[in-house]
Write a protein that binds this ligand. Structure first.
Ligand SMILES: [Zn+2]
Ligand SMILES: [Zn+2]
Ligand SMILES: [Zn+2]
Length: 243
């Protein structure tokens, strides 16, 4: 956190150096998907060698999940195609207004503007042979989407899982779940709320994400129940039956 001198912010443990939440998925048939495009997209792509992206799926339109979108123009150039973006209607509208110059017909075309194709996420859809199931979540009052791909689910930025979404979370092998901090927060799960949700989901392994500096990596992991740990930047996970 800018201007903070706490133990986590001054930590020498690389797992305490956290960029904004995002996940990169390689599907069984080789499609490369990004979930969200936060302000750190460029740094993350360079750090982790993400040289190609076939589509970006958005959980919601908050700044920490969309502000890296301009850098997608590099993928347009490398792959010689527009970038397909999937999101709910509100998120796509927020992308259109935040990146108004991209959608303004008077903006000069060329390498300086990303080419984006927007697709409304209305229910389960496929990219290549991979089915993607949007999972309705509540982020405070705002309805947003988590995503399920086979036996993997990514549920960031949530403070509640609606009753109707629980059947979509059965039989998961790996789940990534929001856990902001110890104290309650109006729009994010606290650590204990996330532990409760994780137990009910019952995946083999739960990774927490979107932590703030209140949760140092090593000390927090040491007191989490078996099967639950904090994710960290650069973590790679293989999920067996993701088809
Ligand atoms: Zn701090
Ligand atoms: Zn958010
Ligand atoms: Zn967020």
């Amino acid at each position: 956190m800018i201007g903070c001198e706490c133990g986590t912010c001054r930590s020498g443990d690389p797992r305490d150096r956290r960029l904004r939440p995002s996940v990169f998925i390689e599907t069984a048939d080789g499609k490369r998907l990004l979930v969200d495009a936060g302000p750190d997209l460029r740094a993350q792509a360079l750090a982790h060698g993400i040289t190609r992206v076939d589509a970006i799926i958005f959980t919601h339109g908050h700044a920490d999940h969309i502000l890296g979108l301009d850098d997608v123009r590099r993928y347009n150039h490398v792959m010689q195609q527009p970038m397909a973006l999937f999101g709910d209607a509100r998120t796509l509208e927020e992308i259109r207004s935040t990146f108004h110059y991209v959608f303004n017909p008077h903006t000069a075309k060329g390498g300086g503007v990303p080419q984006l194709e927007l697709f409304a996420m209305l229910g389960p859809f496929c990219i290549g042979g991979q089915e993607i199931v949007p999972v309705p979540l509540l982020h405070g009052q705002r309805p947003i989407f988590g995503l399920r791909l086979g036996s993997f689910a990514y549920l960031t930025d949530c403070s509640a899982i609606p009753e109707s979404s629980w059947p979509l979370l059965e039989g998961l092998e790996v789940v990534v779940l929001d856990a902001l901090r110890e104290r309650p927060h109006p729009t994010h799960f606290s650590l204990s709320e996330a532990i409760d949700a994780s137990r009910r989901i019952g995946a083999r392994q739960t990774y927490f994400t979107h932590m703030c500096h209140d949760l140092p990596h090593a000390a927090t992991c040491a007191r989490l129940p078996t099967g639950i740990t904090l994710a960290y930047d650069g973590l790679r996970v293989a999920v067996g039956a993701a088809d």
